[in-house]
Design a protein around this ligand. Structure first.
Ligand code: GTP
Ligand code: MG
Length: 432
């Protein structure tokens, strides 16, 4: 683990210049790595692009390059080399030996960030599981690490195959146990969620590239005070809040973990449960940081993940955020002309009213609007409507109360059935 509580580790960030990729594109990947490394609590001392025709099996970079790097690392007293690629366990181990520094690859770095940011029990377990699965493939390395710690004391002839076996077994057992616990947590969550499926609240999930401003927008919309900071992955576990829309009506809004290009596959699997909220949402708000020159590329990555989650057909409104930072509004105007888009600044609040109205319209389209008339004395059914429907208006009469409610078709059917069975005096009338 990177020790973020002490003085930050000094890091050099390395990106290969591959033959088919332009120098500009590689530089942008390196810029993103700077962002990720800072988020992980590293002090970025230097960055370097290294030409690479083909990855070298033993050390990833070529031997001349590695020697030069080793010299620089020693001179500049660098603690960590971050490589913006997936290294094999062998490459990582060899590089650590030759560079005499800790070597972290892209997956390892993202795991570190996720581990530091996990909040809920489920999130923490998911990260541990992903990280154990990552370690499992790297056991050789963690074994050499153990050997170094023991300082060659020679426990029963020193750690050998037997020690690897023991470590392997321990990791396997822990993985097995975690998987079971996670299943249990997920079952409980599914149970807790069940009543919600019946509640006719329109569910909206915020999705988008990391740092796009989802949590800031979420806060603005809910005033819930959810953690928002200028670090990547500030949100790891989804948060859900009810939001009151102008002219009545409520939605359930959920904030989600930021997406990222090439999310390590171990994490995609581990975070599927976290993204369940996205998969069951009625509508997605795809938040885009329009002030980032890379925004188009990020939109593509996010769409890729949405496709993986099989939600590419869910109604999506693209929310161009951070418009307060734009020097010219030309791009914004061009993008807005495409439709199903809106420009906002989650920071200044600009554009939030139109966004709320847009949500209001979406709810209106998805839900049925009914006028319900019930006897004033019937407190039980009044409470039922408040609990199970979105009550837009209440008109108190002398003998009867009239409600304007919005509800999902399935809920309407169920409530009408109950009214009939119980023979209560409740009338429904559609409103357009
Ligand atoms: N100028 C400006 N900054 C913004 C705006 N919205 C968000 N930010 C800033 O952008 C940074 C990231 O915002 P977050 O809301 O944490 O982003 P996020 O999408 O939730 O990020 P992850 O949870 O890491 O995926 C913070 O420093 C915000 O203050 C905006 O409209 N304008
Ligand atoms: Mg966030």
């Amino acid at each position: 683990m990177l020790e973020t509580h002490q003085a930050p580790d000094r890091a050099i960030l390395l990106q290969a210049l591959e033959p088919k990729v332009t120098r500009d594109a590689c530089q942008r990947l390196l810029d993103e790595l700077v962002h990720l490394s800072t988020t992980a609590g590293l002090e970025v001392h230097a960055t370097q692009l290294l030409s690479l025709q083909k990855a070298v099996p033993a050390t990833y970079f070529g031997s001349g390059q590695v020697e030069e790097l080793a010299r620089r690392i020693e001179e500049d007293e660098i603690d960590v080399a971050v490589v913006n690629h997936a290294l094999t366990p062998i490459q990582q181990r060899n590089l650590e030996k030759k560079l005499n520094a800790k070597v972290v690859d892209r997956t390892g770095l993202i795991l570190e960030i996720f581990a530091a940011r996990a909040r809920t029990r489920e999130g923490i377990m998911q990260v541990e599981l992903a990280s154990l699965m990552y370690q499992q493939s790297r056991l050789v390395r963690s074994w050499t690490h153990l050997e170094r710690q023991r300082g060659g004391v020679g426990l029963r002839g020193g750690p050998g195959e037997r020690q690897i076996e023991v470590d392997r077994r321990l990791i396997r057992e822990r993985i097995h146990k975690l998987k079971k616990q996670l299943e249990e947590v997920e079952r409980t969550r599914a149970l807790q969620r069940q009543p919600r499926q019946d509640i006719p609240l329109f569910t909206v999930a915020l999705v988008g590239y990391t740092n796009a401003g989802k949590s800031t927008l979420f806060n603005l919309l809910t005033r819930a005070g959810v953690l928002a900071e200028d670090k990547l992955f500030a949100t790891l576990d989804p948060t859900m809040r009810a939001v009151d829309l102008p002219d009545g009506g409520r939605i359930l809004l959920s904030d989600t973990v930021g997406f990222i290009r090439q999310l390590p596959h171990q994490l995609v699997a581990a975070f599927k449960a976290t993204l369940e909220e996205v998969m069951s949402a009625d509508m997605l708000l795809h938040v885009v940081d329009l002030s980032d020159p890379e925004w188009e590329r990020y939109v593509e990555s996010v769409n890729g993940v949405l496709q993986e989650l099989e939600v590419q057909h869910t109604r999506t409104l693209t929310v161009y955020n951070k418009i307060d930072r734009l020097e010219s509004r030309g791009i914004l105007e061009r993008e807005l002309a495409r439709g199903d888009t809106i420009g906002v600044s989650a920071q200044t609040g600009e554009g939030v009213e139109p966004l709320l109205s847009e949500l209001r319209r979406a709810v209106g389209r998805a839900m049925l609007r009914y006028e319900v008339i019930l006897p004033v004395s019937d407190g039980r059914w009044l409470a039922k409507f408040h609990a199970e429907a979105s009550v837009v208006e209440v008109r108190e009469g002398e003998d009867f109360t009239t409600l304007i409610v919005e509800l999902a078709p399935a809920v309407l059917g169920r409530l009408q059935g109950e009214v009939e069975r119980e023979g209560v005096e409740v009338q429904f009338r559609p409103v357009d």
